[in-house]
Design a protein around this ligand. Sequence first.
Ligand code: FES
Ligand SMILES: [Fe+2]
Length: 458
Amino acid sequence: MTSFNYQELIDSEQALQKRSIFWDPAIYEEELKQIFNRCWLFLGHESQIPQHGDFIRTYMGEDDIIVVRGKDKVVRAFLNACTHRGNKVCQAEGGNTRSFTCSYHGWSYNTEGELAGVPLEKEIYDNLDRERFGLVPVAHVESYKGLLFGCFSESAPSLVEYLGDIAWYIDVVTDSAQGGLEIVGAPYRTEIPGNWKLPVENAIGDGYHVAWAHAGAMSVVGALGHGRSDNVLGISANNSGVDQSAAIEVVMNTHTVLTTLDGQSGYALYDHPEPVLAHLEKNRPSVIEKLGELRGRQLYGSETHIGVFPNLQIIQGLNFIRIIHPKGPGKFEVWTYAMCERDMPDATKGVIHDHVRQTFGPAGLLEGDDGDFVEAITHSAAGYATRQLKGFLGMGMGRKAAWDGPGEASPGLVNEACQRGFYDQWRRAMEAHNAHEIIGQTEPTAPLTSILREVRHG
Ligand code: FES
Ligand SMILES: [Fe+2]
């Protein structure tokens, strides 16, 4: 247990969040331990590393990670830290290799992480036990339909258990892609001076800011700029009205989703949505057959923001996977991966990739706006008096929407249900004693094998 009063930091009944959670280095240190060292974290997509020796670099919390496909085709993940003295063994962001060689003294490791070469080994060591000095593996690596995740916690629940009900929504993205999903190019990376939680809750649930904060950008993006539409996500031009029946926000155990439910508005902001919409309609009958009417007609093609706790967003429609890597309490990197269905024509993939770059790439019209807000909120918490204040996410509390899918639905995108869900989950994770409690499971007090041993030996 920790010394923080989480009831005071996150008051779920009043929907208040103390602003010190965006600034306090001690809270951040606790987040690395309680959240990033225990939760399943997104590593990348299998399409990025199809062959033996293919690798990518990423982060789990602040830990630098190599994800590599071995000779046996198995994907493994390792700390990018030489077991000799800790230098990075891989400087490249990705590629194909037979080994990872440390630039300090030359120790090298194969694609299975084993120590394979030590310069002058025979001359300087008496029987160096190479097995002790392989790269340190991430305890668990699993794929959910091509989406790769890793978890540091030895005793964590399985990935499928961790995802729980959110898998029902992820399946709309993964199963509807006939030939599977494909990541186009390398992820865009942007460093922003703000706290990691703010871009997460902005992306998973803040529909309120879109028409206001992005008004300038919206006037030149896609349908609004071209006069094909006078509303965005149910909000009328000039903030003159809102249709709260046009969408829902859903809070599940651990994760969240918001969706427009109309089967096509995910592409409303595109300059030229026609090729993407044509592909969707061609594909829709097979999606309905596979996933049923509700998901095939209402979710497939909608703008849907899937929030996987703690830091992953899978965004259908805008078509990107986005991960927020913390870099200290006051800084994060956002990585944005353009995502397509593999069997889309190349021209259609190009339309999607262009839109991702124009909106959420490093110079994207929308990414820049949001960066300013999260920076301002974070850095105002440097002030002692300001840090004592609490943010308020009370919008739509107690309002329920009828919904036949998993989770508890609340009406409209101008709603703060998903953001409340995120901070409630943050509090559960920070108070948890083990990885199971994070998702509301109870764990046996000792691993089963040791219980059996005790039973056998009296
Ligand atoms: S630190 Fe890597 S070989 Fe010495
Ligand atoms: Fe935004």
